[in-house]
Design a protein around this ligand. Structure first.
Ligand code: ADP
Ligand code: MG
Length: 490
């Protein structure tokens, strides 16, 4: 092994001083010599280690792998191996070591036997760090996989390279369906100018908040608020963008409702004022028109007069709807039976329903509690039912349902009519929005206003070609309260 004395002593010095744990083992796997670094690493002195077996100090779980390699080495199948394994320090502490074993075959001077050289680097610290990284990584994964927000990683060109499973709930897509796609393909076209990645160079903001619409797999759009951050490498280049997106559709909708109800009360006041002024002159105009009709003995002006009368009637209809808005909200509230109201209203439409081949079905729960309401509540069901019947010129079915849910009464009017397209549904309830030739576009606005006065809610669901469902939810006044009230009055 050593060609002369100098080499020998040099080797010994290196062996003694090496920061790496080193040992020589005999052909039968016993320690012949261990250096101070190894002794320190394992907590034994060299005398304690001498003549101990090759697997001494090895963690039981790593023993098998180690011995298997050792066996192959002994049988000459290889001339060395490397292994990361755990040792148990004399104190019981676990040490991670990177072990390299090499063999010197048939070494002269040691009876012509093989000799094994062990080098063990202590990698405990490194392993600890790896474990910590792994834990952090697992934590990140856990957060990302379970977050309600969609967590997204984009390449600088806007290609999705990672997306968390929340995409399933928010957008209807499995993550796999979106990876590799361009994020902008899912943005609403009108929101694209708010894009940031497109002109990434001209805009230096490192993190930004976007609000935009994203297309759900079903085709409708959701509102998302996304916090995005550019991640750079050491050279400062953009490597990717991380974004966390929250579904704020509900919030946007309720803001829209608030805006609309503010607009509604303003329009309502104005319209009601005007309506009042128009009503009286209209009445006299109609009166005179009827006189003209009578005077037209030979009927030569009948057509003209009829048109004028029907036009006046139409103006009158619009004005009456507007006047509902003017009804002071201090109109008396009375305890009334919803079943009674709905039965009454549906009866009003029997004629029209028959004419258009529409079947009206009632599914009204028995024993519904009474609700506190104004007589204007009838107007709501009249307007909704009228719309339902008008949506089925070729006939169909209306189902009127009423049931109690906790402290509320839920009334639904379902039709099998032509439905409302997605882009129109948001316009419904805006004053004068109508798709009908002779519509006023006031019916639902007025209804919403009335429901609002009753502290209720109104909701419309619709599918083109299938039908529409209008849901009205009204609060029930608890019986207990009214008893308390009358008790306190006595
Ligand atoms: P109008 O009935 O005078 O048009 P409304 O305010 O009652 O005014 O309704 C506004 C619009 O909403 C209607 O023109 C119609 O496009 C739509 N709409 C309302 N209810 C329905 C329904 N049940 N089915 C289809 N469309 C409806
Ligand atoms: Mg209507």
């Amino acid at each position: 092994m050593f060609s002369n004395f100098n080499d020998h002593s040099l080797f010994l010095r290196a062996f003694e001083k090496s920061p790496i744990g080193m040992a020589l083992l005999s052909f039968d796997g016993n320690f012949l010599k261990a250096n101070p670094s190894l002794c320190k690493m394992l907590g034994y002195n060299d005398r304690e280690l001498i003549n101990l077996g090759v697997s001494f100090g090895t963690h039981p779980e790593d023993l098998e792998a180690d011995l298997e390699l050792w066996r192959k080495l002994g049988q000459g199948e290889m001339d060395g191996y490397q292994l990361e394994k755990r040792y148990i320090h004399k104190s019981g502490m676990i040490i991670w070591g990177h072990l390299s074993v090499t063999v010197e075959r048939n070494l002269q001077g040691i009876n012509g036997n093989d000799i094994f050289i062990f080098q063990i680097v202590d990698i405990t610290e490194q392993k600890k760090k790896e474990e910590e990284y792994k834990k952090i990584e697992e934590l990140h994964k856990l957060i990302s996989e379970h977050s309600q927000d969609v967590i997204l990683r984009l390449t600088p060109d806007g290609i999705i390279s990672y997306i968390s499973p929340a995409s399933r709930n928010q957008l209807g897509y499995e993550p796999d369906e979106l990876i590799g796609k361009h994020a902008y393909d899912y943005w609403h076209p009108e929101d694209l100018n708010g894009g940031w990645l497109r002109n990434g160079n001209s805009n230096n903001a490192e993190s930004r908040i976007f609000v935009y619409r994203l297309r759900h797999k079903n085709g409708h759009y959701i509102w998302q608020e996304a916090h995005s951050k550019k991640i750079r490498n050491n050279a400062g280049e953009v490597q990717h963008v991380i974004s966390m997106g929250r579904d704020i559709t509900e919030r946007v909708h309720s803001e829209e409702l608030i805006r609309r109800s503010e607009k509604l009360s303003l329009v309502g006041e104005l319209a009601a004022g005007i309506a009042h002024e128009i009503r009286n002159p209209l009445t006299s105009l109609r009166g005179f028109m009827q006189m003209y009709l009578k005077e037209d003995m030979d009927g030569s002006k009948k057509l003209r007069n009829d048109v004028m009368i029907s036009e006046i009637d139409r103006i009158n209809e619009i004005v009456s709807e507007l006047l509902v808005l003017a009804k002071p909200s201090n109109e008396v509230y009375e305890l009334r039976d919803v079943v009674h109201i709905l039965t009454h209203v549906t009866r009003l439409f029997e004629g029209q329903a028959n004419l258009y081949n529409v079947l009206i079905k009632k599914e009204l729960d028995a024993n519904l509690p009474f609700i506190h309401c104004q007589s204007s509540i009838n107007q709501v069901f009249i307007n909704v039912l009228k719309n339902a019947i008008e949506s089925m010129p070729q006939g169909g079915e209306v189902i009127v349902q009423a049931k109690q849910m906790y402290d509320k009464i839920v009334i639904r009017i379902n039709d099998t009519g032509f439905g409302i397209p997605q882009d129109e549904i948001t316009k419904i309830g805006n004053p004068f929005f109508t798709t009908k030739e002779t519509g006023t576009g006031l019916g639902l606005m007025v209804s919403m206003k009335i429901i609002q006065n009753h502290r209720g809610t109104m909701r419309i669901e619709s599918e083109v070609g299938k039908g529409t469902m209008v849901e009205v939810v009204l609060p029930i006044v608890k019986q207990k309260n009214s008893i308390n009230l009358s008790a306190s009055l006595e």
